[in-house]
Design a protein around this ligand. Sequence first.
Ligand SMILES: Nc1ncnc2c1ncn2[C@@H]1O[C@H](COP(=O)(O)OP(=O)(O)OP(=O)(O)O)[C@@H](O)[C@H]1O
Ligand SMILES: [Mg+2]
Length: 240
Amino acid sequence: MAIIRAEALEKVYFTQAEKIEALKAVNLEINKGDFIVINGPSGSGKTTLLNLLSGIDKPSGGELYFDGFPLGEFTDSERTVIRRDKIGLVFQSFELIPVLTARENVEYPLLLQKIKRVERRERVDEILARVGLAEMADRFPAQLSGGQKQRVAIARALVTRPEVVLADEPTGNLDSEIGQKIIKLMLRLNQEYSVAFVIVTHDLSINKYAKKLIQIKDGILSLREVNSHVEDSLAKCLEK
Ligand SMILES: Nc1ncnc2c1ncn2[C@@H]1O[C@H](COP(=O)(O)OP(=O)(O)OP(=O)(O)O)[C@@H](O)[C@H]1O
Ligand SMILES: [Mg+2]
């Protein structure tokens, strides 16, 4: 069963002057272990789509299913729990809390989940080591490079052991070489933790890492490519 399924999803925004159909009849399934890249130009509806998939915003039409249950049937507090426990979020601008260290930023969602201290410590140390930041755990965000900040954000998204990570332009503020490293790191974590990733971006250079490549244009999704060999090619590039 799909972790998240969108059926005929629609989003309409109204401003004083106009009605904007940001998403039109979107069908999408996110399954265990997926690595989906959704590519589209500015204004095509990428952020709108992620806001719906994460339950931050509500659709104007259609339905979203979490483990087969329609989201419309959950209460607001149940929706908050789904978002907290099932979904990890990564953003273009990292969204780290400036007054907390890297370690504290990663620990924060575990506090919300009321995980005990000893387990928090173990899980934070494990994931920080996994993203290569064990040495920088006590630095504040302002003392980290862009790529390092994004690795903290990825660690924070994964520490709760979500089933899916939704990433909005995760390489948008990074130079292209660092951006490629971040995507490869995500692909590795996708394999190791079998957590699904959905990455929305206008950066075409990410497309080659997609196991499933989807195009979004004017709020309409179309499947471009399913690439089951991506893991083999990744393995080769990691050997080098
Ligand atoms: N709160 C809002 N009110 C009105 N219109 C909005 C709102 N948010 C987004 N839109 C419009 O909906 C469309 C899709 O916007 P969205 O932010 O999803 O695009 P995007 O693909 O994420 O773009 P970018 O690559 O620039 O981040 C655009 O036409 C945008 O102007
Ligand atoms: Mg956007």
